[in-house]
Design a protein around this ligand. Structure first.
Ligand SMILES: C[S@@+](CC[C@H](N)C(=O)[O-])C[C@H]1O[C@@H](n2cnc3c(N)ncnc32)[C@H](O)[C@@H]1O
Ligand SMILES: [Zn+2]
Ligand SMILES: [Zn+2]
Ligand SMILES: [Zn+2]
Length: 458
């Protein structure tokens, strides 16, 4: 059947469209990162080519009830084939040697009480707001409100000079934001650190604060940087210096009060209070006895060797102390959730959130958003890093949330996708449910059985 009925041009077009709208179309498999996911449309096409009657172009949009058909995937990975089979009513069996694959697919496919989940997610967010919300506030430089919300803290790596011992910044360039999503280019002044908005970034002119010449390119290039104090040319990374240290150089924030009369984004140089907030996070972290932040060493490997070259020895060193504090407190709150299903769902959300809550995230100067650690394969260590607001910025139900990389993400509050025929499938009951938090709730196909095995056979 599959050889005769699979309609390549039809599925190719659907699959292409599915891949192009990934930011808006967030099926249940989007609940957690898994590498190299193929489109769900492809697997629905394969499945129906084999088991459904009539041309695929028609069967694809019909509801199906394939009860009694059992689909097994011995290498289930992120689970797209199993999810699609389950949506069409099949019983599914999956295996994977990777315990994370087993965990993710199980969370994707198991039934979730969506209202209860939403309540638990709201409780979690409210608790974190009380515990760490103040660490993500800043004073708006336009209106002086002390209650503006930080979207991103931008940090530059620092290096200790091998000759004079002084510390200096490793700036590869001084461009903070391009003039695509913001009216002007935003440059960090190499002399005084203030931010300048300029029309032509190739001819940026002089700093409005100190009068120094603005520069696009920084001193750090090709793993070399001259010390500004003594002129000695230092090579980086230097694993002997330990895990990299950073200096906060800029903040992108959101001020609801100024928003209606403000063009573009809000940027500022961190002020004393911003530095003080970070110090407060560090001292709160120092007083905690962490229960959930692992102390594990980073093993050797093709990709992790790069981390070792940068002086990272333990995974926890990839996070700054504000991130460690917020993640530890998130874990504590989740661990107290009495319902195991809800607790596991939130833990899955937290696991996915980790890719945005670490100091390997970069700031996309064009799109003006955080690029998570897995935006390219292989732990790229940049010189300028982006720390996202752990809580995210909820927009009170009025359109998409603001920014990304925290508990409230922009994607989760997107309007529901237009009804497509796949949603009409009778067994597809829960897959479009959405919540205020980072999750899509799933509902296993009514009556269909799922059996999944990880390495321990659990
Ligand atoms: C490319 S993924 C397959 C994903 C899924 N079948 C799909 O089509 O989307 C391959 C998966 O096989 C798993 N794997 C590799 N060797 C395995 C083994 N000996 N037993 C079980 N799973 C294995 C890997 O952990 C990985 O998740
Ligand atoms: Zn303001
Ligand atoms: Zn020096
Ligand atoms: Zn200046």
């Amino acid at each position: 059947m599959i050889e005769r009925s699979f309609d390549i041009p039809f599925i190719a077009e659907l699959a292409l469209r599915e891949k192009q709208i990934q930011q808006n179309y967030r099926p249940i498999i989007a609940v957690h990162k898994w590498f190299a996911r193929r489109p769900g449309t492809l697997f629905r096409g394969l499945l129906l080519a084999e088991f459904a009657e009539g041309p695929l172009r028609e069967a694809f949009y019909r509801a199906h009830d394939l009860h009694g058909t059992r689909v097994a995937d011995p290498f289930m990975g992120g689970g797209t084939p199993l999810i699609e089979a389950n949506r069409a009513g099949c019983d599914v069996i999956g295996y994977d040697i990777n315990p994370m694959a087993y965990w993710i697919v199980r969370q994707e496919i198991e039934h979730l009480d969506v209202p209860a989940y939403r309540q638990a997610a709201n409780n979690l967010r409210a608790r974190l707001e009380r515990e760490v919300g103040q660490l993500y506030r800043t004073t708006c430089k336009e209106c002086g409100s002390p209650d503006a919300h930080v979207k991103y803290f931008i940090w530059v790596k620092t290096h200790r000079c091998g000759h004079c011992g002084q510390t200096f910044d490793l700036f590869p360039g001084y461009l903070l934001a391009e003039n695509r999503r913001h009216p002007q280019n935003v440059l960090i002044c190499a002399m005084c650190g203030q931010l300048d908005e300029v029309e032509d970034r190739r001819n940026p002119g002089r700093c409005g604060t100190c009068g120094g010449a603005l520069r696009l390119h920084g001193p750090a290039a090709r793993n070399r940087c001259a010390c500004p104090h003594c002129g000695h040319v230092n090579a980086y990374p230097d694993a002997a210096q330990g895990a990299p240290e950073h200096r906060m150089v800029a903040i992108e924030y959101h001020c609801p009060a100024c928003m209606p009369r403000h063009a573009g984004r809000f940027f500022k140089v961190p002020d004393e209070a911003d530095l003080h907030r970070y110090a407060a996070a560090a001292s709160a972290w120092a007083q905690l006895d962490p229960q959930f932040v692992p102390d594990d060493e980073i093993p050797r490997g093709d990709e992790t060797d790069r981390l070792h070259r940068w002086g990272y020895r333990r995974y926890r060193e990839m996070f700054n102390t504000r991130q460690l504090l917020g993640l530890e407190l998130s874990c504590r709150a989740i661990a107290e959730c009495p319902d195991a299903r809800l607790r596991n769902a939130l833990a899955t959300n937290l696991s996915d959130l980790l890719r945005y809550q670490n100091m390997l995230c970069r700031y996309d100067t064009m799109a003006l958003k955080s690029l998570d650690v897995f935006s390219v394969h292989g732990f790229p260590v940049g010189l300028v890093q982006c720390e996202s607001n752990l809580l995210g910025i909820a927009n009170g139900g009025e359109g998409p949330n603001i920014g990304s990389g925290g508990w409230s993400t922009s994607s989760t509050s997107m309007p529901p996708p237009r009804p497509t025929a796949t949603r009409r499938s009778r067994s597809n009951t829960g897959a479009d449910a959405r919540s205020l938090c980072r999750c899509r709730a799933s509902g296993s196909a009514s009556g269909a059985r799922t059996r999944l095995r990880g390495p321990a056979g659990g």
